[in-house]
Ligand binder design. Sequence first.
Ligand code: SF4
Length: 169
Amino acid sequence: MDLESLKEIRITGLKVNYYYICKRKLWLFSKNLSFEKNNDKIILGQILHENYYKSEKERDILIQELISIDIVDDDYIREVKSSDKMEKADTMQVVYYLYVLKQLGIEKVGLINYPKQKKKKEVHLTKQLEQELLEALKDIEKIVNQPKPPKLEKLPYCKKCSYFEFCFA
Ligand code: SF4
């Protein structure tokens, strides 16, 4: 999928992240049904983000109005996360960043920081991950264009989701 198509469908990094967490969440978010301001986890993430990279100059870099990268330096793009519980979703979000940068002729390595867990994870845009991402992007396009949200399915982390009341009230 090229950059123009990605921009047309407005696939942001967060949408890729949500695709791997819950397809219903992706759909709700894509319709701007957002309750995220009231969610404690989001607030914690924002505080961590603001404090963790305080000294860095190149922070919150918006690229092609598609992706917003926490930090860019010579070799790495860095992303900070408050919890490592959604590691696959975090990894694919960074794979997406690396893919968008590749379309622009820029090669980087991703680095996800989990400060609370004192853990770091390097992410490389391998052929296998790129292929997986391309399949996911096609599926994301289908989901966000559906007239109705995907069927409700109870997931282990629903209670902590900002859409919990919307889904289960
Ligand atoms: S509450 Fe559960 S089903 Fe509803 S959007 Fe969140 S994770 Fe998905």
